[in-house]
Design a protein around this ligand. Structure first.
Ligand code: SF4
Length: 732
């Protein structure tokens, strides 16, 4: 067996080698005008590491080091564009807040720097001790959609099939779980059907709970390139930047959208504006759906959604008139107490009108994180590797055979979801937690309770790029990780496109790629033999390719990174086809065994959070700027990005409410919910309605206010509405 110290040296030398694949020549981009210090001597490309759009960036290399970047004009996704985060992607690697060496917590609360060997042996001895003392279920992990698919697969397989962790989930639970469940039930597989070209092909684009202008700005740019003068319809309680730029905006009462879409289906049926042929040939359960929506009359829907009847009819009419209608949604739908059903209500509209599988159509969930789609397929958390089912013996055998692992190592259930892991920590069942590349202490709901739960752990390990994240600050052991740009692998974007990331910079200090850390941990745990084939990211990519074989996401024809070419490849990869863009279901065949999609529906229910005399305002949350990403852990490292948005926690209040309460712009307001309180600077704006307020999600204090309410099927948190009271105070 190789010793840990020699393995570490081996990994360091592996980590120290910059990518060799520099495929472009500098003069290909006409960079001759740059001053000599900025003149690259080589160029390479890689996918951006923030959002799921998956833009390609051209990295300018000089003497083996990345010195600059420009958006990739050839890539079918971004076509030469990038948002501010992409432009600043290299800058955030240079931060002094990077974790540069393993650290262990001292008894006095401080940290001591330790070597990798000590850190890895501490991880193994403490996790094993907890398992021996309290049982296998006493340790868990929380992963991410921010690391490459190869690392996600390694993490999930090592933890669940090697170390015997029963519970592990990812931060994709916070953003995409409702869409996953909706697609699985409706289509038979978690399969967003679209290609980005559909944004340019539609004549009617329906955006629900999506502030695309700032959350996915390049996709908004794609809409602005649509030559068909599309109707752009935004359904959102707030007059967002996207709503302001749209041709039509409908603002139902928050969390009444499910009722609204059933009402739209009711009208489309009443007007005979549906596609009986598509429904008959490609779907099941339409008759039951028709009966279900019969009671959703325009009068009832208008009253329930606090809209005018003619607004409900106008929304239905716009959809009825469209020849190529596409429905798109993001967190406003998914982060709901009934997110799965709301997503399925949109899928139902696309199915009943036959707007599926054709250019400019589809029921299209836009993902959040750069590799949420990789996480959905290969993290071994909610699904067994390759989108398979933990509970099916034939699936477990197939995976075990491909991975050359004993079948008995395959878990027979997915284990606890994120919220159940937190609950188990809180009640003392889980004693050890390993958090990888996610900032739970900032991003999870009911933040005060979360932090209290984490304080009960006997052992908290945080593996991250930055030492200053709110979660890393709580760790007993910090494992310093390389970030995007410092390692190899692949991401899968929202339109199912697999794209490369490359090592173009050296990680600082002793930080290692997550892949290398996992190799060290496997060896130290005594699993070196079982994971001997997991030598480098590309060898794992080949395993993923085999794991995908026969699945709806089949990309088994891709045998190496080379096969991804210059434009990435969307799954599935049919034999003999090389297409820059491809949508699903062009043949009308879905992934259920009978090839037919399902209409899925149920009665709407009220959210638990409602306003009252004590909490008279409804707090909405969402993306506040295209310059900051999620918990700001990375983006706040860029002085440029910080200049693009005010660095204060703000709350939006409408002019009528501000006048009635006697508040003015820039006043400080203390916001209190049943779950916590925090102060925010007042911004008076017509973007919100009377009785509603809005706080951007990227400031940590907002999640002190948010309740623990979940979609019962997806277990995704309902971040979007919280009943609050507000009080003017003298300062923050
Ligand atoms: Fe990166 Fe997303 Fe911005 Fe594109 S839109 S540059 S993928 S953050």
């Amino acid at each position: 067996m190789i010793s840990l110290s020699s393995l570490r040296e081996l990994l360091r030398s592996h980590d120290g080698t910059l990518t060799e694949e520099l495929r472009l020549k500098p003069n290909a981009l006409g960079l001759g005008h740059l001053p000599s210090r900025l003149q690259p001597d080589a160029l390479t490309t890689m996918v951006c590491g923030y959002c799921s759009t998956g833009c390609s960036l051209v990295i300018h290399m000089k003497e083996g080091k990345a010195i600059n970047l420009t958006p990739d004009g050839r890539y079918p996704v971004n076509q030469g564009m990038a948002c501010p985060k992409g432009w600043e992607a290299l800058r955030v690697l240079e931060s002094p807040e990077r974790a540069v060496q393993p650290l262990r917590r001292n008894e006095d609360g401080g940290w001591t720097a330790v070597g990798w060997e000590y850190a890895v042996l501490t991880f193994v001895s403490r996790m094993k001790a907890l398992q021996e003392k309290y049982g296998k279920g006493s340790v868990a992990f929380l992963g991410t959609g921010q690391i490459p698919t190869e690392e996600l697969a390694f993490l999930g397989t090592l933890a669940k099939c090697g170390m015997g962790f029963l519970h592990g989930d990812g931060n994709t639970r916070q953003c995409m779980a409702s869409a996953v469940v909706a697609y699985k039930q409706s289509f038979g597989f978690d399969a967003p059907p679209y290609t980005y070209q559909d944004l340019e092909e539609s004549d009617t684009i329906v955006l629900v709970g999506s502030n695309l202008c700032i959350a996915h700005p390049i996709l908004w740019e794609r809409i602005t390139r649509n030559p068909h003068q599309p109707r752009i319809i935004v359904v959102d309680p707030r007059r967002t930047e996207t709503a302001q730029a749209a041709t039509h905006h409908f603002a139902p009462e928050p969390k009444t959208d499910l009722t609204l879409f059933y009402g739209v289906a009711h009208l489309l049926l009443e007007w005979n504006a549906w596609d009986p042929d598509f429904v008959a040939r490609h779907t099941e359960d339409f008759g039951k759906f028709r009966n279900h929506v019969a009671s959703f009359t325009p009068e009832y829907v208008a009253d329930h959604c606090r809209m005018r009847r003619d607004e409900v009819e106008e929304l239905a009419r716009l959809i009825a008139e469209g020849k190529r209608v596409s429905f798109w949604w993001t967190m406003g739908v998914n982060q709901s107490h009934q997110g799965v059903l709301t997503a399925q209500a949109l899928i139902n509209l696309a199915l009943m009108t036959g707007h599926m599988g054709k250019p400019g159509t589809g029921a299209n969930s836009i993902t959040g994180q750069c590799n949420a789609m990789g996480s959905r397929l290969f993290s071994n958390t909610a699904s067994l590797l390759g989108g398979r089912d933990f509970t099916k013996a034939e699936h477990r055998k197939k995976v075990a055979d491909i991975l050359n692992l004993d079948e008995s190592r395959m878990p027979q259930s997915s284990g606890y979801a994120y919220d159940q892991i937190i609950d188990a920590i809180d009640r003392g069942e889980i004693k050890g937690l390993w958090i990888i590349a996610t900032n739970s202490a900032h991003s999870w709901v009911q933040q005060n309770r979360l932090k209290n739960a984490l304080s009960k752990l006997e052992f908290l390990v945080v593996q991250d790029m930055y030492l200053t994240s709110e979660t890393a600050q709580l760790a007993d052991l910090v494992l310093p990780a390389a970030g995007w740009g410092e390692k190899e692998g692949t991401f899968i974007n929202s339109e199912r496109r697999i794209g490369r990331i490359r090592k173009v910079a050296k990680a600082p200090g002793q930080a290692l790629a997550d892949f290398s850390i996992l190799r060290l941990l496997a060896e130290a745990w005594g699993l070196g033999h079982e994971f001997s084939e997991w030598t480098d990211p590309e060898s794992v990519f080949k395993m993923l390719s085999r794991l995908s074989e026969g699945q709806p996401c089949d990309f088994s024809r891709l045998q190496s990174y080379e096969d991804l070419g210059a434009y990435g490849v969307q799954w599935p990869v049919p034999e003999g086809e090389v297409a820059a863009e491809r949508r699903l279901f062009a043949d009308g065949r879905f992934f259920h065994s009978d090839g037919r999609a399902r209409f899925v529906f149920a009665d709407p229910v009220q959210p638990r959070e409602r306003t009252s005399a004590e909490f008279p305002y409804l707090l909405l949350t969402g993306r506040g700027t295209s310059a900051q990403w999620h918990t700001e852990t990375r983006t706040r490292q860029s002085p440029m990005l910080k200049r693009l948005y005010r660095d204060e926690a703000i709350i939006e209040i409408c002019p009528e409410d501000a006048q009635r309460e006697g508040w003015e712009a820039e006043d400080w307001v203390l916001v209190t919910s049943a779950h916590g309180q925090a102060a925010f600077r007042c911004v008076v704006t017509g973007r919100v309605k009377s009785g509603q307020v809005f706080i951007p999600m990227h400031k940590d204090r907002v999640n002190r206010l948010i309740p623990s309410e979940f979609d019962p099927q997806s277990r995704q948190p309902s971040y979007k509405i919280t009943a609050v009271q507000l009080k003017k105070i003298s300062g923050s």
